[in-house]
Ligand binder design. Structure first.
Ligand SMILES: Nc1ncnc2c1ncn2[C@@H]1O[C@H](COP(=O)(O)OP(=O)(O)OP(=O)(O)O)[C@@H](O)[C@H]1O
Ligand SMILES: [Mg+2]
Length: 412
C-alpha cells in the first residue's frame, strides 16, 4: 500500500544496510512506522565495491521494512559517504527579476544555481548546494529571502562534491533494486539531523560518525554545514587489531569488542578476565579486560588524531563552543567520550538519534543515526517544497519534480 507523506531512508553502510520508513503527520511530527536491516556485504570503507551484493542487501532490507510498515516502498532518500567526498564554499549573485523587485522562489533558485557555477574536475559532481546565508542589497544573515524587497540577491553556499563514478554506483544499485532515488544526502549531514541540538549547530560544533569502515566528520556553524570530510578508518580496524592481538577469529574479536571493549584501560581493574576461543577453535584462553583495552586504545587514539588533523586542515577558525558530538556504531565504546575529549581538547557528548516518534525505540542505538537522520532530512525537504508550492503555486511543479532537479545536477 502506498501512502501520502511517507519518507523512506536508505543507509548504505559498510557494516549494515538500513531502511527506515516514516510517516509525517499533519503537525509535521515524523513517526517511524517500520525498519529493515541486513548485514552489508557490498561496501568497503563506505564505497560500493560489489553492485550485485549491494542490490541484494538493499532488497533484503527493503522487504523487511515493507513487511513491518505495511508500506510499499518506491522512493528513497539515500545516504552517501566514502573518502572521495569533498566540500567547498561558493557564492552566487543575481538581479531580482520582477518589476516590483519582490524576491520570488524562482530568484532563489537562480541564485543557488549561480553559486553552483564553479570549476570542478570533470570526474566530480555536486551532491549538495546548501545555502548558508542570503544577502539582499548588502544586508546579510537572511535565512529566507522569498517575499522580501530587493534588487540584488546574493547567497553564500556550502557545496559538497563526490566522485561521479561512486555517485553513479550508488544510484545504479538503488535503481537495480527497483527503487527511485528521491534525494542523495551526505551521510554525516543526515546523522547531524538526528543527533544535533539547534543550539549546537548555531554555536559551531563537529559531528563525528564513526562507523565500520569510515569516520565521517562534519563541522556546523551558524545553523548550517560548514565543511565535511570522510576518513577511510572505522570500527573494522579496531576489530582486526583485536583479532591479531588475541589470535582470535574476526567474529569473536567483534563480539569481544562490543561486549568488553574499553578505550581507557588504565581505569580498569587488573583482575577482570573474559574467555576467548582462539583461531581454529583451540582451547579457550582467559584474557584480561585491561589487555583488550590496551589493544583498542591506540587505534582509537590514532583515529581521533586523524580527525584532529582533518579539522585543522579545514581552515575553520571558530572555537566550536557547541563541542563534539560522536555517533555511529563505534560511539558505543566504553570510555570514548573521555578519550575523545582529551585527544580533541573539546567538550564531547555521545549523540543518540532523536527527533522521531512511533517505533523510535528501535533506533535508539548510535549506529542508527544516519538512517534516522535521512528521514528527518527527507521530511524537512518535503515541508520546504510544500511551503514553496503554496507560496507560488505556478512554480510548485519546479520544486516538486525532484527527479528533474536531480537530472539537472548530475546530468544523468
Ligand atoms: N557497543 C559497541 N562498541 C564498540 N563498537 C561497536 C559497538 N556497537 C557497534 N560497534 C561497531 O560499530 C561499527 C558499525 O557502525 P555503523 O553501524 O555505524 O557502521 P556503518 O554505518 O555500517 O559503516 P560506515 O558508516 O563506516 O560505512 C562496527 O565496527 C561495530 O563493531
Ligand atoms: Mg554509517
Amino acid at each position: 500500500m502506498a501512502r501520502d507523506n511517507v519518507i523512506v531512508g536508505l543507509d548504505l553502510g559498510t557494516s549494515k544496510v538500513i531502511v527506515t520508513v516514516a510517516e509525517v503527520d499533519e503537525y509535521g511530527q515524523i513517526n517511524l512506522v517500520g525498519m529493515g536491516e541486513t548485514a552489508s556485504t557490498g561496501l568497503r570503507k563506505g564505497i560500493i565495491v560489489d553492485i550485485d551484493r549491494t542490490v541484494r542487501d538493499i532488497r533484503a532490507a527493503v522487504e523487511k521494512a515493507e513487511r513491518m510498515s505495511g508500506v510499499g516502498i518506491s522512493g528513497v532518500c539515500v545516504g552517501i559517504g566514502g573518502q572521495h567526498i569533498q566540500s567547498l564554499h561558493s557564492r552566487g549573485v543575481v538581479a531580482v527579476a520582477n518589476a516590483q523587485k519582490e524576491i520570488s522562489v524562482e530568484d532563489v533558485q537562480r541564485v543557488l544555481q549561480a553559486s553552483k557555477v564553479i570549476t570542478l574536475p570533470s570526474d566530480r559532481r555536486i551532491i549538495h548546494c546548501l545555502p548558508r546565508q542570503y544577502i539582499v542589497d548588502g544586508n546579510d544573515g537572511i535565512v529566507d529571502p522569498v517575499g522580501m524587497s530587493g534588487e540584488r540577491l546574493e547567497v553564500e553556499t556550502g557545496i559538497v562534491t563526490g566522485l561521479a563514478t561512486s555517485i553513479q554506483n550508488t544510484l545504479k544499485s538503488v535503481e537495480l533494486a527497483g527503487l527511485e532515488v528521491v534525494q542523495l544526502v551526505l551521510n554525516p549531514l543526515a546523522s547531524a539531523y538526528a543527533v544535533l541540538q539547534p543550539a549546537e549547530k548555531e554555536l559551531g560544533c563537529v559531528v563525528i560518525d564513526i562507523g565500520g569502515g569510515t569516520t565521517e566528520i562534519a563541522i556546523f556553524d551558524a545553523g548550517s554545514l560548514w565543511w565535511a570530510s570522510i576518513l577511510p578508518v572505522g570500527g573494522h580496524h579496531i576489530t582486526s587489531d583485536l583479532a591479531v592481538g588475541l589470535r582470535a577469529p574476526i567474529e569473536i574479536a567483534e563480539r569481544i569488542k562490543i561486549e568488553h571493549g574499553c578505550v581507557l584501560p588504565d581505569l580498569l581493574p587488573d583482575n577482570e578476565y573474559v574467555s576467548v576461543s582462539g583461531v581454529g577453535s583451540q582451547e579457550e584462553q582467559q584474557v584480561s579486560k585491561k589487555f583488550i583495552g590496551s589493544i583498542i586504545e591506540p587505534r582509537v587514539q590514532e583515529i581521533l588524531a586523524l580527525v584532529r588533523e582533518r579539522i585543522k586542515s579545514s581552515g575553520y577558525q571558530g572555537m566550536l563552543p557547541g563541542g563534539v558530538i560522536i555517533t555511529g556504531g563505534v560511539a558505543g565504546l566504553s570510555g570514548l567520550k573521555q578519550l575523545a575529549s582529551q585527544e580533541l581538547d573539546l567538550p564531547v557528548r555521545i549523540g543518540q538519534p532523536q527527533g522521531v516518534g512511533g517505533l523510535s525505540d528501535m533506533t535508539k542505538d548510535t549506529s542508527y543515526a544516519t538512517a534516522v537522520g535521512l528521514i528527518i532530512y527527507g521530511a524537512q525537504q518535503l515541508s520546504h517544497q510544500e511551503a514553496a508550492a503554496s507560496r507560488e503555486p505556478l512554480l510548485g511543479g519546479i520544486w516538486l519534480k525532484i527527479s528533474d532537479w536531480f537530472k539537472e545536477i548530475f546530468g544523468f
